[in-house]
Write a protein that binds this ligand. Structure first.
Ligand code: M6R
Length: 609
């Protein structure tokens, strides 16, 4: 998730680029850069840090010129650094590119280019594209771009510049947003509407596979085979603030809706083309790597801790290694039994949570092997762990974690399949079923997001309650914990999650007439027991909202309301079941007039103990 901009016109490009990038900083902010063409040469200025750091760096000598591109980065390949910042160029400096997305086959392309003598300066996947353009240039910028696009696999939005044809920018996209702003004697390119809204409201919204050649006088769109495409002008009616949130009322809602893409990105290149197989190039573990691991610890805080609980189920089931899950602030003070036979997995969206970092350090001190699962490249945790697996959720801005959680679940599931395959403990038929089910998740979430009216109604009905309970067994219990946290965090309703079998051991005393109880019932192996627990709370006149799999026609006979999720395998259900819980919390908070994105007393990243 990076921000990209481009300008072609009569005015100086740099002021637009910098201003546009400032409106996109919410998409990525670990480094920034611009490239501007002038008198046969493209000048690149870039640096690690926020856009403000770039502004300071170039103050008084901004590159002059009327054609340029810019980028704010959210690192995926290569830590945040001056060298890894975009734009990237080939050695001649004639071909320059900014990119948002992931190029899956970049390692192979890079090796081939290196064999031909190309010298690389960065660790990024993007730099490969600049070298490819130079390598493949046939005297025609457009046809070269098409050739290069045929060679790359992955997801992207790109803007390309060529010093040999400096009057134009070429841009294209696949699975990442890109728009073109239409001006008078000038045109604009951006990954998002906020960047251009101050200049024009007339836009082309680019679709996958479209390639646009943009000059100051016009925009020509075609597909990769050269077939011209007539675009409809889309008139933007949003104000600047709404545009930043992609038209959503809050970042939290936007991030909930981004989950299908975030999950797809996190699976890209990992859920193999071969059924049942998972690849983690960054780990490259062998069977022997686990020969001396006797125990796995998963340590995290808050939502990441809840992802860890799901991870325990996965790892114990598929990899058959004992797993302990611990809250980071507890782990570090209780003299944990950790040694060189322990694998310590820390999970942290931000990679900066102080307790999680301290737990990681403690585990290292005790000799454990360490692995971080995080969303932020170059974060403290990613730097200090011996190995890192990234979630590719993109920046999460709302305090309440949503897309980070679901991508953490995806990583934990992929990791468990990966280790299970390595150790030979995972049944091959089950492995195939799991990867087939995994691939369906983005589309299933997408279809659920198209139909949220029922959830809105429940949230309005029960939004005024003071207490709510979440019950489930097995993986449903792990999801119940996250559902309760979401609800209390943003709506301030007192919410508790219980393993449904624990009810009789105390909690049942709290169940009185009219209390909403959300019962998760997606786990077939414990389903009859969950239904018994549901009946227990119904007998106390609680109002039950059940979360069940489509096709379950028994549950609506006993629950007051049922939210159905698409049919999926037992292990995938948490990924779908959490979505209605996120939305219930969101709409309940709206009903109560809460500040959804910035709940009281909470911060996005907890960097103090
Ligand atoms: O950045 P981290 O994943 O380490 O953060 C951990 C928790 O602070 C975080 O998940 C918190 O619980 C969320 N606000 C919950 O929505």
């Amino acid at each position: 998730m990076c921000g990209i901009v481009g300008y072609v016109g009569d005015k100086q490009a740099a002021p637009f680029l910098l201003d546009g990038m400032s409106k996109l900083e919410y998409r990525g902010y670990d480094s920034a850069g611009i490239a501007v063409y002038n008198k046969g040469k493209i000048t690149i200025e870039k640096c690690v840090g926020r856009l403000a750091d770039l502004r300071i760096k170039i103050k008084g000598h901004e590159p002059k010129g009327t054609v340029g591109i810019g980028h704010t980065r959210w690192a995926t390949h290569g830590r945040p650094s001056d060298r890894n910042a975009h734009p990237h160029a080939d050695e001649s400096g004639q071909f320059v590119v900014v990119h948002n997305g992931i190029i899956e086959n970049y390692l192979k392309l890079k090796e081939d280019l290196q064999a031909k003598g190309h010298k690389f300066l960065s660790e990024t996947d993007t730099e490969v594209v600049a070298h490819l353009l130079a390598d493949q240039y046939d005297g025609d910028f457009e046809s070269t771009v098409k050739k290069v696009l045929r060679m790359i696999e992955g997801s992207y939005s790109f803007v390309f510049m060529c010093a040999k044809e400096p009057d134009k920018l070429i841009c294209t996209k696949k699975d990442n947003p890109l728009i073109i702003g239409l001006g008078e004697g000038e045109n604009f390119i951006a990954s998002d509407i906020p960047a251009i809204i101050a200049h024009t409201r007339r836009t082309y919204i680019m679709s996958d596979g479209e390639i646009a050649t943009v000059t100051k006088d016009g925009v020509w769109v075609q597909n990769i085979d050269g077939v011209p495409i007539t675009k409809k002008v889309y008139e933007v009616t949003w104000n600047a603030e709404a545009a930043e949130k992609g038209g959503f009322q809050h970042f939290m809602l936007k991030e909930i809706y981004e989950q299908p893409k975030a999950i797809r990105d996190t699976m890209t290149g990992r859920v193999g083309k071969k059924e049942g197989e998972i690849t983690f190039h960054e780990l490259n573990w062998t069977k022997d790597a686990f020969a001396d691991i006797h125990k796995i610890y998963i340590v995290a805080c808050g939502t990441a801790y809840h992802a860890g609980i799901v991870g325990k189920y996965y790892l114990e089931k598929f990899a058959r290694i004992p797993v302990e899950v611990d809250i980071a602030s507890e782990f570090r003070y209780r003299d944990p039994l950790v040694d060189s036979h322990t694998l310590m997995i820390v999970i942290s969206q931000s990679g900066e949570t102080s307790d999680t970092l301290a737990a990681l350090r403690e585990a290292k001190r005790l000799g454990a092997r360490t692995l971080a699962v995080t969303n932020v490249v170059g974060s403290s945790i990613s730097r200090e762990a011996q190995q890192v697996v990234y979630t590719y959720a993109g920046p999460e801005i709302a305090v309440a974690s949503t897309k980070a959680y679901t991508t953490q679940l995806i990583v934990m599931l992929m990791l468990a399949i990966y280790v299970g395959n390595l150790r030979g403990t995972l049944d091959k038929t089950l492995a195939k079923q799991l990867t087939q089910d995994l691939k369906k998740i983005p589309e299933q979430l997408h279809s659920m997001l198209e139909n949220v009216d029922q959830i809105k109604v429940f949230a309005t009905q029960y939004g005024s309650c003071e207490d709510a309970f979440f019950l489930g067994r097995s993986l449903d219990y792990a999801v119940a914990l996250e559902g309760a946290l979401k609800l209390k965090e943003i709506s301030y309703i007192h919410a508790e999650a219980y393993a449904a079998g624990e009810l009789k051991h105390g909690t049942l005393a709290l169940i009185v007439e009219g209390v909403p109880v959300i019962v998760l019932a997606t786990q077939a192996d414990v389903y009859p027991k969950t239904i018994s627990n549901l009946k227990e709370v119904k007998a106390r006149e609680a109002i039950v909202i059940a979360i069940a799999l489509e096709g379950d026609h028994d549950i609506d006979k006993v629950a007051d309301n049922v939210i159905y999720i698409p049919k999926t395998g037992k292990y995938l259900a948490p990924l779908l079941a959490v979505l209605p819980l996120q939305l219930l919390a969101y709409y309940a908070a709206l009903t109560r007039g809460c500040d959804v994105d910035k709940p009281r007393n909470l911060a996005k990243s907890v960097t103090v103990e």
